[in-house]
Design a protein around this ligand. Structure first.
Ligand SMILES: NC(=O)c1ccc[n+]([C@@H]2O[C@H](COP(=O)([O-])OP(=O)(O)OC[C@H]3O[C@@H](n4cnc5c(N)ncnc54)[C@H](OP(=O)(O)O)[C@@H]3O)[C@@H](O)[C@H]2O)c1
Ligand SMILES: *[C@@H]1O[C@H](CO)[C@@H](O)[C@H](O)[C@H]1NC(C)=O
Length: 321
């Protein structure tokens, strides 16, 4: 008998299916938003990139808990579709769309100005919008587009809304990073597109490392204010995140995903945990894994001196724009 024949045996099909099922069940997180009855009536929350993927389910959860929710999206059409869906599914009419392109510092400033004009308080800010696998491009501010979208835009947005959040304390800032940050590197010339290799998710990995580094430094600066700042990995989630990759890469991702990856709703669980759970109250400057456990981020993300430097570089880059 050829050893390959074993793969044709019915027992092979049965056992692999069973194994796949076990693996799928294993993905279930340890915390369930449905059993958490924290209410958010009277609270205001902003979620960036809330029209699809993980962001939409985060916004949906906040709306279900009665929060005033602001969907910060770049497309009026896609944003309106999500707004209608969230209002319908949750019965909460206090959900609103505000347009922002987080890759543009002008747009971020304009968005923040409007929020500061219109909102009396801000209790939750979720920096969710991001891109992956995007080809090299320099924005009109002179930044590499993935760095502008995933890090510098959210960095500026957070800083502009900080005073409002301090006045609204207790308040929480949650930034979606990724397990990919372990493979990221820090090189300040990356921000403007220098010394970068655009291959697969290299650039994305760098941006997700900066997310954690600056969130940790922010947490440090916010000590005693009642505003917390944490980073979180949502898991490997079947969203539109792979939209910039080739059809082959997307095909493989989606096929493997059927068995191993989370749905967008499941991917929203760990960010929701950071943003609303009683268990995470007061926790700041930490990194949460997709199963809602506290884990250590990469060594570079724990280097306090590097964090001070990175934060200052980002402040300088975004301050004049
Ligand atoms: N999916 C995963 O496996 C995974 C793993 C680890 C971490 N994450 C993180 O989870 C977060 C959400 O990702 P996702 O998987 O839900 O991605 P997604 O399905 O691609 O959704 C991304 C969202 O961000 C928005 N966005 C992108 N660029 C923007 C810009 N310049 N201005 C405003 N909004 C912008 C998109 O808006 P449009 O629809 O208009 O493009 C969309 O609403 C990201 O921070 C990602 O890094 C995801
Ligand atoms: C980016 O991170 C992912 C996940 O850790 C890893 O598989 C991939 O190889 C990294 N990419 C590069 C170019 O380092």
């Amino acid at each position: 008998m050829n050893w390959l024949d074993v793969f044709c045996h019915p027992l092979w099909a049965v056992s692999t299916t069973l194994l796949a099922l076990v693996v799928r069940l294993q993905r279930r997180g340890r915390w369930d938003p449905r059993t958490c009855n924290v209410q958010l009536k009277g609270k205001t929350a902003i979620v960036t990139g809330a029209n699809t993927g993980i962001g939409k389910f985060i916004a949906m959860d906040f709306a279900r808990r009665g929060a005033r929710v602001i969907l910060a999206c770049r497309s009026e059409a896609r944003g309106t579709a999500a707004l209608t869906e969230i209002r319908e599914k949750t019965g909460n009419a206090d959900v609103h769309l505000r347009l922002v392109d987080v890759s543009s510092m002008d747009s971020v400033r304009e968005f923040a100005r409007r929020i500061l004009d219109e909102e009396k308080a801000l209790h939750i800010l979720v920096n969710n919008a991001a891109i992956s696998g995007f080809p090299r491009q320099i924005t009109k501010d002179g930044f590499e587009i993935s760095f502008a979208t995933n890090h510098l835009g959210p960095f500026l947005l957070t800083n502009l809304l900080l005073d409002l959040m301090k006045r609204s304390a207790p308040a929480r800032i949650v930034t979606l990073s990724s397990v990919n940050h372990y493979r990221g590197e820090v090189d300040f010339s990356h921000f403007k597109g220098d010394n970068l290799v655009h291959h697969m998710d290299t650039v994305y990995n760098h941006t997700k490392l900066h997310n954690i580094i600056c969130t940790n430094e922010l947490a440090h600066r916010l000590q005693g204010t009642g505003v917390t700042a944490n980073s979180v990995h949502p898991g490997v989630v079947m969203t539109e995140v792979m939209r910039n990759y080739s059809i082959i890469v997307r095909g493989i991702f989606n096929f493997i995903g059927i068995f191993f990856f989370k749905s967008s709703e499941e991917g929203a669980v760990s960010p929701i945990y950071c943003a609303v759970a009683e268990e995470t109250e007061g926790i700041t400057g930490k990194y949460f894994d997709s199963d809602c456990s506290l884990v250590l981020p990469a060594p570079l993300a724990r280097d306090a001196a590097l964090a001070v430097k990175d934060f200052e570089v980002c402040e300088r880059l975004t301050s004049k724009l």
